[in-house]
Write a protein of this length. Sequence first.
Lengths: 418, 81
Amino acid sequence: MTDLCDLNIVHFGDASVDFAGLREETAAVLDAQDLSTERCVFVVDSVREALGCVAYGISNDLDFGVIERARLSPEVEGRFIEHAVQLRNAHDGTVVGCVVAAVEIKRGRVTVLTSGTTGLLKLIAHTAATLNTFDRVKSLPENTWFMPYQIGSYAWYQMVALGLFKEGQGLIPGDFSDLAASFEDAVTRGVVTAISSTPTFWRHALMSIDEDILTRAQLRSISMGGEIVDQGILDRLAALHPKARIRHIYASSEAGAAIVVSDGKAGFGADVLERTDGVIGVKMEEGRLYIRSPYANRVDAEGWVDTQDLVEQRGDRIYFLGRAGNTMINVGGQKAFPQDIEAHLMTHEDVLWARVVARKAPLMGALPVASIVLRKQMDEMAAELMLTAHCEAGLAEFAIPRMWDFLSEIPMKTSLKS
Amino acid sequence: MERTEILNIMNMIMTKKGRAEITDESQNTREVNFRSLDFSETALRIEFKIGTELSFEAASMRKIETVKDVLDFFEEATKAA
């Protein structure tokens, strides 16, 4: 049985409960089941249930994970069946969907869920040890962390691990249906002292919450990760919370947490590439970032994880450029896939070639923009109206290109690819 | 950028989307169905026209409720660009 910080508190609005209480709640409904002989994922209806399942699963070295019921679909359930994962209701342990034949189980395995850049659900195997990336931190001041992440994601498990394994670390789960409002509520209550989030979360918060309320928050620690952290957001947060320790952390579900930057600047110092402390290694090859880490769940023969992140050295700093082969466009939180849009455009009889990319845009973050080669010349405004109407008939509104560039010929590289 | 030019861009988007043109600055953006996606597209088209990225405070977007607010916002943002 794994020992946890039983006394750490989780706040749910007005109510609060410690991890021992959450574990007992779950034990009361799951102890009747023998879960030691299967790989299972608990289907939860609330973050409280999810946290109880994690405390219970880790305490009992189960082979388990959690997923919100709202994320289930025939396709998602199919992914679990492919991996011989049994879905079970967290509230009573009964089977969800069909019974899955048990195969080899690994005690202590924690199944982390990620949709990655492709949107396809992936199951990433971790353990309490690989999720507990705070184990190298000797002393951590007491904090109550606002936790805005989606249940079951890597970032969510990292924050849960912080609450489970480091004394004095309380958690405030955000309400995923309105994160900014739940953050405002936590700030107004005066309970939040630290937050781990993404730059996008902060942009939403800065647009949605009065600055007076935000500056009233007694934040001592602000961590960001999950996407490129730009200088603008770092400067803005430093101005709002001059006393807070602001860090951005490079972590991924496969490489684990690897680089922590606390100098207030975007990117990270090139000296990290020379680091030889033997715990975490970082290297850059052909513009890609590679990590060697004890928290990684998948490595090559020499122990490196290809993060698929593109980086560039400018002076003594390394900057992130984006994802290798990244095809997803994040339009205000909705995922649009260029290949889908291109495929739809190319079903139009007048379109010879289409290329769709993301263009950075205020408010929505990014918009899809299209380059088009038409079969025959026509007025550009008329072509835009024609193709917009064509897209409206087959694509979600956020996926419809908003800017159009009509080219006279198909661009081609020496590889004969465009 | 002149307000009339900004309004022309907004109305071009409204027309493209099959909606009625905006005629009254005091109208609420929700009433005329001018959405967040339209706001972002307006910004992109303005950037394309002036050849530079707009510069503004994220917090100033929070106050936008009417067509006049949109026009004021972009007028200021283009001055700062």
